[in-house]
Design a protein around this ligand. Structure first.
Ligand SMILES: [Zn+2]
Length: 250
C-alpha cells in the first residue's frame, strides 16, 4: 500500500472534505465543514462553507447566524472545533493561522480529531466522570494517522502526539485545558499497534475501534484534573506559550 510521506504532504481542506465524504457518505446528512478566515475585525467574520449539507443551508439566515457565532469564537480563541449547535446544525470549523501553513500534518490531525467528534458515538461525550468525547476524537485521529502515513511512520508521529497529550499545560496558552489530557489512552493505542493492524481497518471499523478506546481507556476527570494541577504547578504563568506553539485543536 502506498502511504503518504509526511514531508511531501500538503493539507488541502477541499480535498480533505471530498475524501471524508467518500469514506463516510453519511456526513452528507449529518454535518458540514467551515473554514474561518482570519481578518482584523472579529465582529463580522469571513467564512467559507463546504459539503452537501452546507449547500442546502447556505442561503438560510439562521444557519449563517449560527456559523457566524461559532466562527467569532474560533477566531478569538485561535482553535478549530466540532459543534452540535443549539440551532440543530452540526459542523466542523477549521482555523488555519498563517504561522501554521507549513504544518500540514498538524492540520490533518486536527481535522481528523474534529471528524472523530462528529462520527464516533461518544464524540460529544465528556461526561461528568470521564473524558470520553476528547478520547473518541483523539483515538479516531490516531487511527487515521496510521492509515494516512502507514504503521511505521504513523506510529512515530503518534508518539510525538502522545507527549503533547500527556503534558498539554506546557504547550498551550489555554487555562484549565485538562479535557485534552487524553495521553494515557494514546499510549495504550500506540502499544496496541504491535498486535492490531489499525492501518488496515475499513472506515466503519475505524469508527468502532475509536469508540472502543474511548469507552475503555478515556482518563477519568479526576485523573485528568490532578495531572493538570501537578503539571501546571511546574509552569510559570508568564512563561506559558513559550514552550511550543498551541496546536489549535479543540
Ligand atoms: Zn476535541
Amino acid at each position: 500500500m502506498g502511504y503518504i510521506v509526511p514531508a511531501e504532504y500538503r493539507f488541502d481542506y477541499k480535498s480533505e472534505v471530498a475524501l471524508a465524504l467518500q469514506m463516510y457518505p453519511q456526513i452528507s446528512d449529518q454535518f458540514f465543514f467551515v473554514e474561518a478566515v482570519e481578518q482584523n475585525s472579529h465582529v463580522n467574520p469571513v467564512f467559507q462553507g463546504y459539503g452537501p449539507l452546507w449547500d442546502k443551508h447556505k442561503e438560510d439566515a439562521a444557519a449563517r447566524e449560527a456559523v457566524k457565532d461559532t466562527v467569532i469564537g474560533v477566531l478569538g480563541g485561535s482553535y478549530s472545533c466540532a459543534t452540535r449547535h443549539k440551532s440543530g446544525l452540526s459542523y466542523i470549523v477549521m482555523y488555519f493561522r498563517r504561522m501554521w501553513q507549513g504544518a500540514s500534518t498538524t492540520s490533518a490531525f486536527t481535522l481528523d480529531h474534529e471528524l472523530g467528534h462528529q462520527l464516533v458515538p461518544s464524540g460529544f461525550g465528556d461526561s461528568a466522570e470521564k473524558l470520553d468525547g476528547e478520547s473518541a476524537a483523539d483515538a479516531f485521529a490516531c487511527l487515521r494517522t496510521l492509515q494516512r502515513f502507514g504503521p511505521v511512520v504513523g506510529r512515530k508521529m503518534l508518539i510525538r502526539e502522545s507527549n503533547q497529550r500527556l503534558t498539554a499545560p506546557l504547550y498551550t496558552s489555554r487555562k484549565n485545558d485538562w479535557v485534552h489530557l487524553t495521553g494515557q489512552m494514546l499510549v495504550q493505542l500506540i502499544k496496541d499497534t504491535e498486535k492490531k493492524a489499525f492501518h488496515e481497518l475499513s472506515p466503519e471499523d475505524t469508527i468502532a475501534e475509536a469508540e472502543y478506546y474511548a469507552t475503555r481507556y478515556a482518563p477519568t476527570r479526576a485523573q485528568a484534573e490532578s495531572q493538570w494541577a501537578r503539571l501546571n504547578d511546574l509552569v510559570d504563568d508568564q512563561e506559558i506559550g513559550n514552550y511550543g506553539a498551541d496546536t489549535g485543536k479543540k
